[in-house]
Design a protein around this ligand. Structure first.
Ligand code: FAD
Length: 390
């Protein structure tokens, strides 16, 4: 099935948007990112500016009020956001996954109901797949939606819902009689709505400023027309959309890695020991060469995955490879950047410590790297035997 319908974006349009986002990040985000992150403060003003730039509608077709740009453009914008502050790429990620689900599996009426408001950022989306005992093991999820006339009654607890409190819609994975289904649940932003409660705000090592929460559904009623596509096929839809999520994670990893590398390169030329800049010590040069090589490889894998998904090809293997390699590279590059900074790299005076705390999330989120290896191997074996990957 071809699932990406937007045509490739004119490279000049892409370059112009990426340059605009880079200016915005340099002027508005980098001066304040570490302070907001340390205080764990939601970046209201920055998010308002992201709305004005159209970043919530990058991948939503123009017919529904979005910018209708391609996945490669989205990837490059995500890299810029993460370069400034990784949490900002999290603000758009699950929103874009929810929009992707509606674009590709929604009815015309559902698209018109939600996408125009999502494109402006007025209505923001999140993805709620994981539960306490169903992270890697998604098929084990227990949150239940029982059909009652023209409504579903939802009961259960979901974990790890990034953007869950501020979202106005939740792409929610639930168990129905037919199997796992996806509901698009409308709610008011905030800690409570009907039978939905934000039952816990989860403290994190990094990725601060935006919320990741536990959400409890206690007999919450949802109209039957909130069902996305066919009942029982929701997990397949979500796993397809997670290819976009994994490309986002890979692009974020490239952004964090580039920020760490740039900081290390600049510091290595300024800092002097034994009478010369540390950049002239061969031990530091080895690190710089390895960091730059990993960064370049991570970016190329990420672009390859984005282009393949954009072309409508199944990109499970490529998105998995990009996510796996880029996230491990980001963690190694952030660690080396800290080592190149010596003692000051371990302080909160420079953003290097933030890159070091943010990088591991990319190893875990959107399917851990152990799971990516399973996805890659399964996909390769399925292609080798001429079958579609499951
Ligand atoms: C900050 C943050 C934000 C998140 N945001 C969201 C979100 O917005 N929406 C959402 O739905 N989810 C979200 N998640 C959930 C995330 O996708 C899961 O945490 C992740 O998939 C891992 O699941 P788990 O935590 O249950 O770990 P487990 O599944 O318990 O894994 C534990 C360890 O066992 C390994 N493992 C598990 N199964 C296998 C296997 N079969 N073979 C080999 N190794 C295995 C894992 O790789 C890992 O090392 C978020 C998580 C975090 C930390």
């Amino acid at each position: 099935m071809r699932i990406m319908t937007t045509t490739a974006t004119d490279p000049e349009v892409r370059a112009e948007l990426v340059a605009t986002v880079r200016r915005f990040i340099t002027r508005e985000v980098m001066p304040v990112a570490s302070d907001l992150e340390h205080a764990d403060t939601y970046p209201e003003d920055i998010v308002e500016q992201m709305k004005a730039l159209g970043l919530f509608g990058i991948a939503i077709p123009e017919a529904y009020g979005g910018l209708g740009l391609d996945l490669l453009t989205y990837t490059e914008v995500v890299e810029e956001l993460a370069y400034g502050w990784m949490s900002l790429s999290g603000v758009v990620n699950t929103h874009t996954i929810a929009a992707h689900l509606i674009v590709h599996h929604g009815t015309e009426e559902q698209k018109r109901r939600w996408l125009p408001r999502m494109a402006t950022g007025e209505l923001r989306g999140c993805l709620s797949l994981s539960e306490a005992d169903a992270g890697s093991d998604t098929r084990n999820l227990t949150c239940r939606a029982a059909r009652d006339g023209d409504e579903f009654v939802v009961t259960g607890t979901k974990m790890w819902v990034t953007n869950g409190e501020r979202a106005g819609i939740v792409a929610l994975a639930v168990r129905t009689d037919e199997g796992i289904s996806c509901l698009i649940v409308e709610k008011d932003p905030g800690p409570r709505f009907g039978g939905i409660a934000v039952s816990r705000n989860i403290g994190k090592l990094g990725y601060k400023g935006i919320e990741t929460v536990e959400m409890t559904y206690d007999g919450h009623r949802v109209p039957a027309d909130a069902l996305l596509g066919d009942a029982g096929r929701g997990l397949g839809y979500i796993l397809g959309a997670l290819e976009v999520g994994r490309i986002n994670i890979a692009a974020r990893a490239v952004g964090v890695a580039r920020a760490a590398f740039d900081a290390a390169l600049a510091y290595a030329q300024e800092r002097r020991t034994m009478g010369k800049p540390i950049a002239e010590h061969q031990a530091i040069q080895m690190k710089i060469a390895d960091m730059a090589t990993k960064l370049e490889a991570a970016r190329l894998l990420t672009r390859n995955a984005a282009e393949r998904k954009q072309a409508g090809e199944r990109a499970d293997v490529e998105a998995g490879m990009a996510k796996l390699f880029a996230s491990e590279a980001a963690f190694e590059i952030a660690t080396d950047a800290m080592r190149i900074h010596g003692g000051v790299g371990y302080t909160t005076e420079l953003p290097v410590e933030r890159y070091y705390r943010d990088a591991p999330l990319m190893i875990i989120g959107e399917g851990t790297n152990e799971i990516q290896r399973l996805v890659i191997a399964r996909g390769l074996l399925a292609r080798a035997s001429g079958k579609a990957a499951g």
